[in-house]
Design a protein around this ligand. Structure first.
Ligand code: ZN
Length: 241
């Protein structure tokens, strides 16, 4: 592990961790930087609930393969946000086809979801003595979700810090990088071992498909999340070759 970056901050971070590729890269990023790291996940009746099982596997594998990180990885928190199903009607929580809507956003969009997630995370972080929230939101490859934009999250950081009367930094290490660069980032943090872990144990597919194994991991191979992940992995592999 010594060839990879290690902690340079005494702060404690809470990582929004879904069990997917992006949030696993963010978790590794936080473990390389902060003295203590905890994780938070949300159960909101998502169709790809298999990702909730992947969360525990990924945490266990990270601790086993990267002992220096394992020593800093603290508690996991899973919040029941079933109420999200009551206030939204989308393809992620109901059995509907994923398609584009008239407003240009895919119907996988849960309005303001990241605002809710980060606000719940901030409340927990405050109680746990953490002053950094880390999330995998991204402007580059994202599907047009306005709550993933940098300015939205900067504004939320200010609102949270004022509302808690305590500094709460929102870090989004993937904000301006492509999916191929996310694979490169995880490799720079944990080498080929981390990328192998991500391929084998993380989950991204919107349909929760884990029977088909591709070079980039498990998934249906045709939903928007699988297409992004596959294309990014291909670009990364070509640039590394
Ligand atoms: Zn898929």
């Amino acid at each position: 592990m010594s060839e990879y970056p290690q902690a340079n901050s005494a702060r404690k971070a809470l990582v929004l961790f879904s069990g997917g590729q992006d949030s696993t890269a963010c978790l590794a990023w936080a473990l390389a930087r902060y003295a203590e790291v905890e994780t938070i996940g949300f159960d909101y009746g998502q169709r790809h609930r298999v990702e909730l099982d992947c969360r525990q596997t990924v945490r266990a594998e990270l601790m086993a393969r990267f002992p220096a990180w394992g020593a800093k990885l603290g508690e996991d928190h899973l919040l029941d946000l079933a109420l999200l199903g009551q206030i939204s009607s989308t393809a992620l929580t109901e059995h509907r086809a994923i398609e584009m809507q008239a407003n240009g956003l895919p119907n996988t969009f849960v309005p303001g979801r990241n605002l809710l997630f980060l606000t719940f995370a901030a409340t927990l972080a405050y109680r746990r003595g953490a002053s950094v929230l880390v999330g995998g939101m991204c402007e580059t490859d994202f599907s047009g979700y306005p709550d993933c934009r940098d300015n939205t999250l900067k504004a939320l950081q200010v609102a949270l810090s004022l509302g808690l009367d305590s500094p709460m930094t929102v870090e989004t290490p993937l904000m301006f990088i492509t999916k191929a660069q996310t694979w490169a980032l995880s490799e720079s943090l944990g080498g080929a071992a981390l990328n192998e872990l991500i391929v084998e144990h993380t989950h991204t597919c919107y349909l929760g498909e884990r029977t088909q194994r591709h070079s980039w991991g498990y998934g249906c191979g045709s939903c928007p999340a699988c297409e992004l992940r596959a294309r990014g992995f291909q670009e990364f592999s070509e640039s590394a070759a």
